[in-house]
Design a protein around this ligand. Structure first.
Ligand code: SF4
Ligand code: SF4
Length: 224
């Protein structure tokens, strides 16, 4: 899932003010950002109330409406709220960065304010806690590292073993982060595949990573 956090309220208010306020439509998403408690129905309601309260306290006259889509990253869902968008001046997106962009593309005549900072692809790790697990490198090799991604989880993205700075199983970058290569070693030992760690991997194929520009994935459904 995509992980994101809502921006501080004062930042969102400041962005809405800089666009002149008016009729504000807060748009949430029921998918990833709802799971990470950033942009689902509840957060949409809270943010809408906060914007209304701000408007009332400053006598700004904003009209705030709200809606939560199944997936803000899909144009068809975005198009389904054309009537609401027609009656708005500014859209505040509580979708991830993808949702905000697609919304902006579907409604080019509207400013779409991104109210969420999107950070990573990861998994829920207990109540109110999510962990990054994948950086979308386009060349997945986690079968060679015990199912633990060294791109996303090693601070230096090392592919062939640890840097040597690990202390007590923690990364030298921060004592509150596990050393990915310690986790990889422990996992490989459990799997009885420490032999794999002796294989020196050649240069990773970074051409599929995002450094080459926007990636486009095309699914060919024809049977070969
Ligand atoms: S190797 Fe690449 S695709 Fe696989 S989990 Fe890591 S970043 Fe994601
Ligand atoms: S201490 Fe471990 S996780 Fe941190 S940079 Fe070195 S190998 Fe990577």
């Amino acid at each position: 899932m995509i992980i994101g956090e809502q921006k501080p309220l004062e930042d969102i208010i400041s962005m809405v003010e800089s666009e002149g306020g008016g009729r504000v439509l807060v748009v949430g998403c029921r998918s990833c950002v709802a799971v990470c408690l950033a942009g689902g129905e509840e957060e949409v309601a809270e943010l809408s109330d906060s914007l209304e309260q701000h408007s009332d306290s400053k006598d700004l006259g904003w009209g705030v409406s709200k809606v939560t889509l199944q997936r803000q990253c899909e144009k068809d869902f975005d198009r389904s709220i054309a009537d609401l968008v027609e009656q708005s001046d500014v859209i505040v997106s509580l979708g991830c960065g993808v949702g905000a962009q697609v919304m902006s593309e579907v409604y080019p005549e509207r400013v779409v304010i991104p109210a969420i900072d999107t950070s990573a692809m990861g998994s829920p790790e207990g109540k109110g806690r999510w962990k990054e697990r994948c950086s979308g490198c386009g060349d997945c090799t986690v079968h060679l590292s015990g199912g633990i991604c060294p791109v996303a989880r090693c601070s230096k993205m090392l592919q062939n073993g640890p840097c040597g700075g690990s202390q007590g199983g923690k990364c030298e970058v921060s004592p509150d982060r596990d050393c990915a290569w310690q986790l990889i070693y422990d996992q490989m030992r459990r799997k009885g595949r420490l032999d794999l760690l002796e294989v020196v991997l050649g240069p990773k194929d970074w051409s599929k990573a995002r450094d080459g520009g926007t990636r486009i994935v095309v699914k060919d459904r024809r049977r070969k």
